[in-house]
Unconditional design. Structure first.
Length: 155
């Protein structure tokens, strides 16, 4: 399908877990980078200055890089949400179709968007849905045959 998604956050449990994980990795990266750069520059810096003076200077230097990294953070999170829709969206749609099939025994064919992952799953689901539909029709046909036979033998 060629429809654009209208909603970015489609499965809060999966996408929320993914965002928390990315946030943890981002914070870890940020602080390890901060500590590494500041310590390296402090220890290798101008020996004519005290360690405290070098540390204050390097923290000031890192502020610019830190602000850039923090400014990029929301863009990375939004991209993560949008990218996760390519695998979360199909599963949400498949779950809805399975629920409909279980209740109604009849459902539309499942289709995923062109850029989604697991597009072959929609075809496999459709095969199962068609099988269920055919079996339901066969059951109804057999019920009608049984009712016709019971009506003939009772006369």
């Amino acid at each position: 399908m060629r429809f654009k998604r209208k909603q970015n956050f489609v499965d809060s449990s999966v996408q929320g877990a993914l965002l928390r994980r990315i946030f943890l990795h981002w914070c870890t990266f940020f602080f390890v980078t901060l500590i590494s750069l500041v310590l390296m520059q402090t220890l290798l810096g101008d020996p004519g200055k005290t360690v405290i003076e070098r540390l204050k200077f390097e923290l000031g230097e890192f502020m610019f890089i830190g602000m850039i990294l923090l400014a990029l953070f929301p863009a990375f999170m939004l991209d993560t949400i949008r990218f996760s829709n390519r695998f979360v969206g199909p599963i949400v749609r498949l779950r809805r179709h399975i629920r409909e099939l279980g209740v109604q025994k009849n459902t539309d064919h499942c289709t995923f968007r062109d850029n989604d992952f697991w597009t072959e799953v929609a075809g496999e689901y459709n095969n199962v849905a068609d099988l269920v539909r055919r079996q339901e029709e066969e059951i109804e046909s057999l019920k009608q045959q049984l009712q016709g036979e019971s009506a003939t033998t009772s006369c």
